[in-house]
Design a protein around this ligand. Sequence first.
Ligand SMILES: [Zn+2]
Length: 344
Amino acid sequence: MTISRSDERYLRQSQFNAIGTQGQQRIEASSVALLGCGALGSVAGELLARAGVGKLRLIDRDLVEWSNLQRQSLYTEADAINAAAKAEAAATHLRAINSSITIDEHVVDITPANIAMHLAGVDLVIDATDNFSARLLLNDWSLQTQTPWVHGGCIGAGGQVRLFTGGSPCFRCLLPHPPAPGETATCDTAGVIGPATHLIASLQACEAIKWISGNRSDVRTDVLSVDLWGNQMRNIRFTGNEDCIACVQHRYDFLNATAAEGEAAETLCGRDAVQIAGSGSRVDLQRVARAWGSVGKVTEARFFVRLALPEEQTLTLFRDGRAVISGVRDIAHARSLFDRYVGS
Ligand SMILES: [Zn+2]
């Protein structure tokens, strides 16, 4: 008996009992979106492309930068030199890895207004975002469409993972409201190491493969929390919140954010600058200044704190959470810088 090249490609995976031939067929018939093509997205994307996921959708608003190469293993120096769009560069590399699957790339900033369009038709979403607002938006969309997603978060040498099914319990049970700007560290302020992002992305890909191959009862129900530097792995029991605003009360605040919210970022007329509206929650400016100390030159004033970024860009964060990013005209780029250095 001869086996075809396409069967041979996935042989080691279909030999694994829990998957088998039938599970492999299900994987090849499935469609997965990667929301973000950074550290988590590029690693999970590679694993899923190699596993034979039939349709992969790559969504990212950013460009490849030199500081990405230390961990975002799909990208090369050429991508950084060309400042390639991540979704596009990732698609090129993944097509070279597996030409038998369908890959489409979306270079966009996901907002309440466009999330439904860009995620339409997918069976599962990998959370490879870098901020809480995006996750809460994805969570709302997931509940409304009953589409599962795999949360992954990573910072420093640790992170956490859990698949949410598109029903109860949900991510908002864990985090009812996004933290105030500057309240949490981000990879751009606290750093992150490659082994941690690879591990978290790998765990996300594993939960996704369990789900799409038909092994749903094997999906982890705890939140797995990992600290590679402190040598700890913990399963945190998670049963949800019986008063959850989203999965119990079915209020999708982030998805239903009004048009005004959608316009929360605007290019400032006559200036090379974008303003991002504040959340209204009071920012601890001293704390932000300390976190930025390792990033670049920080200027502290009574009502704001300012960070000098490369290429003569500056990020000014005000006490009410409003930010002005100068040296930038593109709103998606400004939002990206905001999420990276301020967090939300
Ligand atoms: Zn919930």
